[in-house]
Design a protein around this ligand. Structure first.
Ligand code: ZN
Ligand code: ZN
Ligand code: FE
Length: 757
């Protein structure tokens, strides 16, 4: 007989780890105990050397579905003469980082809901220790049913015996429930009138009849309708006042996904992952989905069912459903029943409701496979919160408030960074409210009291006001430039600390010179940056209004940078709405309300307008997404551009590129060819600038960040160009390249500046 003590670190709490250990000990005939302590699992076992070896082996190999093991440490100790194996009381202070995010239903639970002889047959809230809701229902820690929104449901005797049986997969599964004791689902009309019959059957019938149904999902409401029914989709758009923006679809299974889209094994893996994100996929020409679902795009956002409720629904409906966010006109997604009934009654024909409350709103996560890597686009349900290991241990607690749009905040405590869920656009007062509640919840859960608060440099951003007015007057405020934060967020993901070349192509970020930056090449480390190259400034006629009026961006570009084409300018002006021509001319001549920008996103806007792909935009980034959609990836042509010396650095002047684009169009060259060449040109000047920097400064590592790198074609071209030239290129894997990722960068910059490294 020998004794062994084992410590397991990682996500090992709330994931069925202790029953897993219990069953292993039983299988190998070991005595001793297991308990959780401060986010770790501690085990002591006595047994034969062979049995202990087998136990350790299976501990490593048989990890429960939701667990993520960081390390298993074991050491010999004297035998203790244990006579049983027991799960002993947890030691308090159970660490926050031990918790997983929500997870899709596991196979065993799906089996149960499909089996008529099971008591959970067709029960929408079936879950177990290996699946189900977590962060969306947790009100406080330590993790216990009494501190979740399941507290109000008294367990029945059957459930309780499962809960207390270490051999059962529902042992200590806090959200466990059954039809006898758990939450229930019902269907009602906006006026409160109940719809008779089985809620799911009735819901399917309404959807099949072209109606819009508001569904209470895991992290908030969604609006569903038949994706094949063009009229239903158009009706939903009209009621939601959401035009142009693509809708995500939920498909019954992988086979359906393959019918609609071309899917690589990598992408299939993402679709089927327990996080169940929306995966952006290349759409097939024919597919039986209304064009209105994703107008003008070559991609569709698909997801598989996640909760038992969705499985039941999709199995019966048996074809794709539109799953739009449950909101109107960009407001936050409705979360509570009453809130949904108030805000969505003009949008939905019926409501599929239930009585399990949601604590925190989690939008659906979105990912895209770009150049063989899975890139998060939005981190919500399943993906958030994300816990990252930092290559340092901060003595202070840090809160980074993130960006103004696509906001997500970040908290740093010790050597861990926790990036919160996607919040949205802080311009909206309700979203702002959501931000404050979410930060408060996480600070409580993680026991963080910020000593340092990091925020963006933009003086007018609400996020900056929030940081300044944050109720911690003595906390240090650290201001971080937008694109510096972008670069450092990618560096932190990869644990890189030494200076890199940071290529940041995005929509807009405040520059220290007061201009709007967004086509930037920086030399950056955690503490500081130097702007070595940028796109030449072009005027934004009317400031941020250009985002919806790309023709204004094109006008500004042609006028100020392409003077040689004065004739063309007159011709192009012919496309500008008559009422605006005089105004734009005056703005061009006086410079009134025309802030300069080096934004790469705006360059794509201008190009889309010039090519007639998108004269006006229904949402930010639409012109670029449509350019990517039409571009012919077989084209490798590059258009001319200029790189001008500017002191120690360079200015990239795309005037010649736009001129070429215009001339090619007039010469009858197909738009797909021209659109591709634009992407290639950006990749080409990026490579040349990086080569020049390497020659001067010897830097060989390049980080790519910014919203433009959600564009798969652009990312591939830039990556290929740089790799061919021998650069090591780092891209985002954990946080989004868009503004949803910058809080991490802000936090790390704040750490570096305040820790004096
Ligand atoms: Zn399960
Ligand atoms: Zn029960
Ligand atoms: Fe940005």
């Amino acid at each position: 007989m020998q004794g062994l003590s084992v410590r397991v670190r990682g996500i090992v709490q709330g994931v069925g780890f202790r029953p897993f250990v219990f069953q292993l000990a039983e299988r190998y005939g070991l005595n001793g105990w297991v308990r959780s302590t401060d986010g770790q699992i501690e085990i002591e076992v006595d047994g034969s050397g062979e049995a202990l070896a087998g136990f350790l082996h299976d501990l490593r190999e048989g990890t429960p579905r939701l667990a993520r093991i960081e390390a298993i440490d074991s050491e010999d100790r004297p035998v203790s003469d244990y006579t049983t194996f027991e799960i002993v009381e947890a030691r308090v202070g159970a660490g926050w980082r031990a918790l997983p995010a929500d997870s899709a239903a596991c196979d065993a639970c799906l089996e149960e809901i499909s089996n008529p002889s099971e008591r959970r047959h067709r029960y929408p809230f079936t879950n177990c220790g290996h699946c189900g809701p977590r962060f969306t229902i947790i009100e406080d820690l330590p993790y216990d049913r009494s501190r979740t929104t399941m507290a109000c449901f008294e367990m029945c005797e059957d459930c309780r015996s499962e809960y207390e049986d270490p051999r059962d997969r529902r042992f200590h599964a806090r959200p466990l429930a059954c039809p006898a004791c758990g939450p229930r689902v019902w269907l009602q009309r906006p006026n409160g009138e109940a719809v008779e019959g089985d809620a799911i059957e009735a819901c399917v019938a309404l959807l099949a009849a072209g109606q819009v149904v508001a569904l209470k999902g895991p992290g908030g409401f969604r609006l569903a309708c038949d994706a094949a029914d063009a009229e239903a989709v158009a009706r939903l758009r009209g009621r939601q006042r959401r035009y142009g923006k693509p809708f995500a679809l939920m498909v019954p299974d992988l086979e359906w996904a393959k019918r609609l889209c071309e899917i690589t094994p990598r992408e299939a893996g993402e679709l089927e992952s327990r996080e169940r994100p929306i995966v952006l996929l290349r759409r097939r020409a024919a597919g039986g989905v209304a064009e209105e679902v994703a107008p003008g795009l070559d991609t569709l956002g698909l997801m598989l069912p996640c909760t038992p409720l969705h499985y039941l629904l999709l199995r019966r409906f048996d074809r794709p459903l539109v799953m739009a966010s449950g909101n109107v006109n960009g407001e936050p997604v409705a979360m509570g029943n009453r809130e949904a009934l108030e805000r969505l009654s003009a949008v939905a024909d019926a409501f599929l409701l239930h009585n399990r409350d949601i604590v925190a709103r989690y939008d659906d996560s979105v990912v895209r496979v770009i150049a063989d890597s899975v890139v998060p686009i939005r981190r919500g349900r399943g993906l958030a919160p994300t816990v990252l290991d930092l290559p340092f241990a901060a003595a202070q607690h840090i809160l980074a408030v993130g960006a103004q749009r696509r906001n997500a905040f970040c908290l740093v405590k010790g050597s861990k960074a926790v990036v919160g869920p996607h919040i949205g656009n802080l311009d909206d007062p309700e979203t702002l409210d959501q931000f404050e509640r979410s930060v408060e919840l996480f600070e409580r859960l993680l026991e963080v009291k910020p000593d340092v608060i990091a925020h963006d440099m933009h003086p007018d951003y609400l996020s900056s006001h929030l940081a300044n007015e944050y109720p911690a007057p003595s906390a240090l405020r650290v201001v971080v430039q937008h694109h510096h934060a972008h670069v450092v967020s990618a560096m932190a993901e990869h644990g890189v600390r030494e200076p890199v070349i940071g290529v940041v192509y995005d929509g807009r970020g405040y520059g220290p010179d007061g201009a709007i930056w967004g086509g930037e090449v920086l030399i950056a480390d955690w503490k500081s940056f130097q702007r070595v190259a940028h796109l030449r400034y072009a005027p934004m006629l009317g400031g941020e209004t250009v985002i919806h009026k790309p023709y204004r961006m094109a006008t500004g570009y042609i006028w100020s940078l392409c003077r040689a084409c004065e004739v063309d300018f007159e011709e192009f002006l012919g496309r500008v709405p008559i009422g605006e021509r005089i105004l734009l001319r005056r703005q061009l001549e006086t410079g009134l309300d025309t802030p300069p920008t080096s934004s790469c996103g705006r360059l794509f806007d201008a190009a889309a307008a010039l090519l007639g792909v998108r004269i006006e935009a229904q949402y930010e980034g639409q012109p670029a997404r449509q350019l990517e959609a039409v571009a012919d990836p077989a084209v490798h042509a590059v258009y001319p551009y200029d790189i001008l010396r500017d002191g120690e650095g360079w200015i990239i002047d795309p005037a010649a590129t736009l001129r070429a684009l215009w001339c090619e169009l007039r010469a009858g060259r197909p738009v797909p060819t021209i659109a591709a060449a634009l992407h290639n040109t950006v990749a080409d000047f990026t490579r040349n600038v990086c080569v020049a920097i390497r020659e001067k400064r010897g830097l060989k590592k390049v980080v790519l960040s910014g919203g433009c790198f959600q564009n798969a074609l652009l990312t591939r071209r830039v990556l290929d160009g740089l790799s061919d030239d021998g650069f090591e290129v780092l891209t985002h894997r954990l946080v989004p390249p868009n503004d949803g990722g910058i809080a991490l960068g802000q936090a790390v910059v704040a750490y570096a500046r305040t820790a004096g490294i």
